[in-house]
Write a protein that binds this ligand. Structure first.
Ligand SMILES: Nc1ncnc2c1ncn2[C@@H]1O[C@H](COP(=O)(O)OP(=O)(O)OP(=O)(O)O)[C@@H](O)[C@H]1O
Length: 522
């Protein structure tokens, strides 16, 4: 463990794996980073934290050569001054390796082809497959990953995919720099269940113990407290704190991120008593790829959570209900009308006043090339006059929503793609919650959203529930389910195994039910 208090800039410049000094980055009039310093030492797991839009991705994209920082920004790698902007072709030569949320694997190729991709590209026409197979097997053995090298990536579970992506990145560092390098993990755990995260963390610790520096970006503060040695917090593009993780608490980190104590949203469910409402929405014999014919209902004014371990089927529910799953089947009764889900689609779902907020927001939630105002107003038809679009009024409403949902930067003329991930999510919520839908379906609604903005999102959901919307929230964030749900339905292997309601809903109980049912069924 380093004695961080005694490390001055000179020490960091000479000894850090990566030392970013005085780094700034401006987009138009927006200063995304303002004289940021960050040193990651060899063998250290360093958390990079902050609210949505504080500049974390911008900083990482400088390290990957994608962003060109302002003049005056400096970078040292293993004691050497490196010219900025970084040449993307030199990244791996400098020992920098990245694992992003999407993992960057090619699903249709095998484990072998993904693991050895860099080498295969370099081999040209003369690939020595025998040697490549032996190398790939040796890598899997070295890290104790139990998968077949000939299996296609798409057949693997999520944790094996994450491990393959990480060891590939590490091997790329080791092949060039005698073990010196930086592994950047940009929210690699969002699709993983608790035990899978622990497996991944064992691997990350092993990698760091070998001397590689790790930069870990995440909004999951429990994970940050578990895995990191030190954290750096950015606020509005500026360094606002650094702390040795073991010397601080989760609340302390939250205060550094927000600049104040967290005011947690508290839903008043003291009067909640479960009884089926005459206007309840029913789901009958719901089937999908994993779902094996489940029945449940959601009342108006009720939030029902659906959860389970990865692969339990709960994540299919939003898409089966909206007609977005190829193997969907079953019936839904909505507004006293029965629909056949086998023949249902998203268009009909919108006509039935169902709103879906998908987990894959960059691809399914918004249109990257349209402005924020166009994205947020897309579902609202009152501004579409037959002869012209009432663009002034539309902009006014979009601006009002931007403020209400604290979207930053507060400029509705920006393209959706110019917003940070968490701010994109706020825009999508603003789009769908302007008028309460009959049924709101959320899939991992606060993934990538910072600790403060989550509480705001819960308030917005609560407001539409109070106006009579039924809400179905598919989530693997157990704390979130405890905070907002009236009932939580637990899934395992495509079936419902239990339902908790009101005060029965605790994080411990959900964890217990998810894991016990999976173990029993195995
Ligand atoms: N290509 C771009 N063009 C214009 N502005 C951008 C661009 N990329 C990022 N920004 C702005 O830079 C700021 C920092 O964004 P960044 O994506 O780095 O935030 P972040 O900390 O990674 O947020 P999140 O936690 O939501 O992912 C934001 O104000 C964002 O809107």
């Amino acid at each position: 463990m380093y004695n961080y208090k005694d490390m001055d800039d000179e020490y960091k410049r000479k000894n850090a794996t990566v030392f970013l000094k005085n780094v700034s980055m401006t987009f138009g009039h927006n200063k995304a980073l303002d004289s940021v310093d960050l040193a990651i030492m060899p063998g250290e797991i360093h958390g990079l934290l902050g609210q949505n839009g504080c500049g974390k991705s911008t900083l990482i994209k400088i390290l990957s050569g994608f962003n060109h920082p302002d003049s005056g920004s400096k970078l040292y790698i293993n004691g050497n001054k490196i010219k900025l902007p970084l040449d993307p072709d030199m990244i791996s030569k400098y020992g920098l390796s990245f694992v992003h949320q999407d993992l960057g694997l090619v699903s249709s190729l095998s484990v072998l082809e993904n693991l050895r991709m860099e080498h295969l590209f370099q081999s040209g026409a003369k690939i020595n497959w025998k040697k490549e197979r032996a190398e790939a097997k040796a890598i899997l053995e070295k890290y104790g990953i139990d998968v077949n090298i000939d299996d296609n990536i798409e057949t693997l579970n999520q944790v094996d995919k994450a491990m393959i992506s990480i060891v590939r990145a590490v091997e790329s560092i080791l092949s060039r720099n005698d073990g010196k390098g930086l592994l950047v993990l940009d929210e690699p755990t969002v699709f993983l269940a608790l035990d899978e995260v622990n497996m991944l963390f064992r691997l990350v610790r092993e990698i760091a113990a070998g001397g590689i520096g790790v930069l870990f970006v995440s909004h999951d503060l429990d994970e940050v407290m578990t895995i990191t040695d030190i954290v750096t917090v950015l606020r509005d593009g500026v360094n606002c704190g650094e702390a040795v993780t073991s010397e601080t608490s989760k609340d302390g980190v939250i205060e550094m991120i927000l600049g104040q104590k967290l005011t947690a949203f508290e839903r008043d469910s003291s009067n909640y008593r479960y009884a089926v409402h005459p206007d309840a929405i029913y789901f009958k014999n719901i089937k999908g790829e994993v779902l094996r014919g489940v029945d449940f209902s959601v009342n108006p004014g009720e939030i029902v959570g659906v959860t389970g371990l990865e692969g339990s089927g709960f994540g299919e529910i939003p898409y089966v209900i909206c007609g977005e799953n190829e193997l969907q089947d079953g019936k839904m009764v909505i507004s006293h009308k029965t629909v056949d889900l086998g023949k249902y689609d998203m268009k009909q779902a919108i006509e039935d006043n169902i709103a879906l907020i998908p987990a894959d927001r960059p691809n399914q939630g918004g249109i990257q090339t349209l402005r924020v105002e166009e994205n947020v107003m897309m579902q609202v038809h009152k501004f579409y006059h037959p002869l012209m679009l009432q663009s002034g009024k539309m902009r006014e409403k979009a601006e009002e929503l931007n403020v209400q949902y604290s979207v930053t930067p507060n400029d509705v003329r920006l393209n959706f793609s110019q917003l940070s991930g968490g701010n994109q999510q706020k825009v999508i919520l603003a789009k769908w919650l302007q008028e309460p839908p009959v049924l709101l379906i959320l899939h991992e609604p606060t993934q990538g959203v910072d600790v403060g903005a989550r509480q705001q999102i819960y308030k917005h959901i609560d407001q539409i529930v109070k106006r009579g919307a039924a809400v179905l929230c598919a989530s693997s964030d157990y704390e979130q389910l405890v905070q907002i749900c009236d009932r939580v339905i637990i899934f395992s292997r495509g079936r419902i195994v239990d339902t908790l309601s009101g005060p029965e809903i605790t994080k411990e109980r959900i964890v217990q039910l998810c894991y016990n049912s999976a173990a029993v069924q195995q």
